[in-house]
Design a protein around this ligand. Structure first.
Ligand code: ZN
Length: 267
């Protein structure tokens, strides 16, 4: 199933998305997910709508975002880092989430803000200590796109990454969650800046595949429904400037597009 969150007169709602002859439609409303206390289910009758006609919101309200650093060989190399022997985990602030079409704000504190296009896992069921012979897919609600926006200069100077990865607006997410793709089989992750292709990776090249990541994470911390796990970025990260337009596309999910604004223009 594919679903999105979108704005209606009755506030944000979740909707099931179906492909009708190559056009995506919101077919019916879905009850809110347990991690999201803000969305109130509308009992009003609903007429199907083309996805292109609605204001799409971030599809998940995560309680935590567990990211993976350096999970593609070519990206580790481009920043002069060794390939890690174990997954490198860090947390991204849930308050940094924005939706498709929202603006990424460049903070005054940073001179270099990079995009990182990533496939992200959305957890569907509480998961703790997933066993080595246990299937991980029952814990996965689906997959979405995350742009793991990073203040690269502060990431280096701070010595750890909470601020550099956690500024407000630094986690664009969406437009959909789908369980109809298979990252193990290889899914293309492409990032374009002002229309120019900058990143073109494939999830086949993940150093630690998703099953290994979920086992590693749940050996340390319990994953809850709605938790989001961006799986790392391929090579080609680069800075964004005010006025730029960044798009991350993943086969089977769609395109996450955002514009860049100067933080001082923020209201
Ligand atoms: Zn990243």
């Amino acid at each position: 199933m594919k679903y999105c969150s979108f704005q209606t007169e009755a506030g944000p709602q979740y909707g099931e998305v179906v492909d009708r002859g190559g056009i995506l439609w919101i077919e019916r409303l879905l009850p809110p997910f347990e991690e999201d206390p803000w969305t109130k289910f509308s009992a009003r009758p609903f007429k199907p709508l083309p996805l292109s006609k609605v204001h799409v919101l971030a599809p998940v309200a995560p309680r935590k975002i567990v990211c993976i650093g350096r999970n593609y060989r070519d990206h580790a190399a481009e920043l002069g880092n060794e390939v890690p022997k174990e997954p490198l985990l860090f947390l991204k602030a849930p308050s940094s989430v924005i939706g498709p079409g929202d603006e990424i704000h460049i903070p005054l504190q940073s001179q270099r803000v990079d995009f990182e296009g990533e496939l992200a896992v959305v957890i569907g069921r509480m998961a703790t200590h997933i066993g080595s012979d246990e299937e991980v897919t029952p814990y996965i609600r689906g997959y979405t796109i995350v742009n793991d926006v990073t203040a690269r200069d502060l990431q280096k100077s701070d010595g750890q990454w909470s601020r550099a990865k956690g500024f407000d607006t630094f986690c664009p997410m969406g437009p959909l969650v789908t369980d109809e793709i298979d990252p193990w089989a290889g899914i293309v992750v492409e990032t374009r800046l002002n229309g120019e292709v900058k990143q073109h990776g494939n999830t086949r090249d993940l150093i630690f595949p998703i099953d290994a990541l979920l086992r590693y994470i749940t050996a340390a911390m319990t994953l809850l429904p709605g938790d989001v796990i961006p799986t790392g970025t391929p090579a080609g990260v680069a800075p964004m400037q005010t006025g730029d337009h960044v798009e991350v596309s993943i086969q089977g999910i769609g395109t996450l597009a955002n514009r860049i604004l100067d933080g001082s223009a923020r209201i």
